[in-house]
Design a protein around this ligand. Structure first.
Ligand SMILES: [Zn+2]
Length: 191
């Protein structure tokens, strides 16, 4: 990132010397440079398949959006690569994802009655952003999922989890990978 900043700074300096001869022609590159310097990837998601959980999905996405800057989640019915669905599955909630912002997240009704709904949504979204499960972790860790039990209401990633996602998305991660279904059956069975 420091290299990008440097390059962008160098372009800025070069542009400053141009107006004497180039005039208006430099207006467009001068405006475009700052945007190019910030490598933000937007993952568009569609929550229409999980109408009962639309608010908690948005809350979970907002938690991630506050915690990281290299990738941002945005609800959109068109062009979404990540879809949320809901229903009953004896195996629990899951994320079927490549960890690159693509795939389907399923929220199980039974788990949502037992566990914090926003935590479930944010946890499954964490899989779509590339994080694995870590059930042994404390409640302060989002990817510990159901490990800390139903009394855990934390729906925010901790600093290590945020840093990991920042790192994974530092150069964008839009290329589609292989979808893998990650079941969170432990959410329902733990303790
Ligand atoms: Zn999980």
């Amino acid at each position: 990132m420091s290299l990008r900043s440097f390059v962008s700074g160098a372009v800025g300096v070069a542009v400053l010397t141009l107006p004497l001869t180039a005039g208006q022609a430099v207006a467009t590159p001068r405006q475009a440079a700052p945007r190019a310097a910030i490598p933000v990837t937007t993952v568009y998601y569609d929550a229409s398949g999980a109408p009962s959980f639309r608010d908690v999905i948005a809350a979970g996405a907002a938690n991630w959006n506050r915690a990281v800057s290299n990738v941002q989640l945005k609800e959109s019915s068109s062009g979404a690569t990540l879809r949320y669905t809901e229903g009953n599955d004896p195996q629990g909630s899951y994320a079927e994802t490549d960890g690159h912002g693509n795939g389907t997240i399923f929220i199980d009704y039974t788990q949502a009655q037992q566990y914090d709904k926003t935590r479930i949504a944010a946890h499954e979204t964490g899989h779509a952003l590339g994080l694995p499960d870590h059930y042994e972790g404390p409640c302060s860790e989002l990817m510990s999922g159901g490990g800390p039990g139903p009394s855990c209401h934390n729906a925010n990633p901790n600093s290590e989890e945020s840093a990991r996602v920042q790192q994974l998305w530092a150069n964008g991660l839009l290329a589609r990978g292989v979808l893998q279904r990650i079941y969170d059956s432990a959410l329902a069975s733990a303790r």
